[in-house]
Design a binder for this molecule. Structure first.
Ligand code: KG4
Ligand code: ZN
Length: 365
């Protein structure tokens, strides 16, 4: 990556998110105040296919992004010339959408002679709790991040902007993916996470003794495919056809309970690993779409309390994909004088540690 060292950016930043199935744009002032934001979910386009279709996503981003950017700039009362920089998610994600968003941002940057900031989507999630006003005080570095989304599931030591150390991650499915697959087995619409949570509310979380993969094992890795298979077998034991609602609710609640217990256990291991090389560090942040789940929030919150950690979860609208977190990562980077060349190529794969400047010097967890 090219780093351009610029004078400290003053002025608003436009953020663009197009890495998956949300087309989003937001404008923040240099202090991080949200001046305008918009998210357009492509649910209707993808739902008939039961998942995100990359080609449909790319075309939908191309179709909606110009209007969305115009809208947020209008709401913020700004012209492109007023911006201090333009930030766009440039990886990891679906390449078509990444090309649409980053090219659009580069076009504005080039025309207005403003810095372009290539944002790593995972870094945007990672830095989101630092958005001013979310919590009484800014969450200071370093902190432990549990990133729980449809595409990603990992524990990360957040040491500073651009400075991350991966402590562990999923060995198979991402946790959101497991929610979506189980929801599908139960006949719920896609994406299933929120529907499953609603159904689970009327079920018994201890109705079925589902497995708790990796519970109690050392390390901070996750595994969800065995749990998903156990649910598939449970559902297959019923006669074909629609499931009885009370059975589906009990399965949903039992699955959610198993995931919550596993995540709380993994959080405990991650806190111990994090403390081992960051003594004194004592905050845990949860982010990503699954962090919106109340049972999971409560289970991890209890564990942080038991281990003396502070617990921070952004509100659900900032947990699921959005452009506020992208613009905020842009503000954080521009403050440090970091921007990218217009020759930056979007990266479908872009691990957080590739951003690190000093992670090599840390001992292995
Ligand atoms: O972070 P996100 O919006 O997109 C990705 O980067 O993947 O996360 C989406 C994932 C989906 O799998 C969705 O089912 C899950 O988050 N999700 C939930 C809930 N809300 C969203 N899972 C469980 N409970 C929820 N309330
Ligand atoms: Zn995401």
């Amino acid at each position: 990556m090219h780093f351009h060292y610029l004078p400290r950016a003053e002025g608003p930043v436009l953020g663009i998110e197009t890495s998956c199935d949300e087309t989003a744009a937001a404008v923040l002032d240099s202090a991080g105040k949200v001046l305008a934001e918009a998210v357009l979910s492509q649910l209707a386009e993808h739902a008939p296919h039961g998942g995100v279709v990359p080609e449909i996503a790319a075309r939908a981003h191309l179709h909606h992004l110009p209007e969305l950017v115009k809208r947020v700039m209008g709401e913020a009362g700004l012209r492109f010339g007023d911006l201090a920089g333009v930030a766009a998610t440039s990886g990891p994600g679906l390449i078509g959408g990444l090309i649409v968003g980053s090219s659009f941002a580069k076009g504005i940057a080039l025309a207005q002679k403003k810095p372009f900031v290539a944002i790593n989507h995972l870094e945007a999630h990672a830095l989101s709790p630092r958005l001013p006003g979310l919590f009484p005080e800014e969450v200071p570095f370093p902190y432990l991040l549990m990133l729980l989304s449809g595409g990603h599931c990992q524990c990360v030591a957040v040491l500073g902007v651009g400075n991350y150390r991966r402590l562990g991650g999923t060995l198979d499915d991402a946790v959101g993916e497991a929610f979506d697959k189980v929801a599908k087995l139960l006949g719920l619409p896609w994406p299933g996470g929120p529907y499953l949570e609603r159904l689970a509310a009327s079920g018994d979380p201890f109705a079925f003794p589902l497995p708790r993969p990796l519970l109690g094992r050392p390390g901070c890795d996750f595994s969800f495919s065995g749990l998903k298979t156990a649910v598939a077998q449970l559902v297959a034991s019923k006669p074909p056809g629609p499931l009885a609602r009370s059975f589906a609710a009990d399965v949903a609640a039992s699955f959610q309970q198993a995931v919550a217990e596993v995540l709380a256990d993994r959080a405990a291991h991650a806190m111990a690993a994090f403390r081992a090389y960051s003594p004194g560090a004592c905050n845990l942040v949860m982010a990503g779409g699954v962090a919106a789940n109340q049972t999971i929030r409560a289970a991890v919150a209890e564990q942080t309390k038991a281990l003396g950690f502070g617990f921070f979860v952004p509100p659900p609208s900032l947990c699921t994909d959005n452009a506020v977190m992208v613009a905020w990562a842009g503000v954080e980077r521009l403050r440090l004088g970091l921007s990218d060349g217009l020759d930056f190529s979007p990266r479908p794969r872009w691990p957080l540690e590739a951003l690190s400047t000093s992670a090599e010097s840390l001992p292995a967890p």
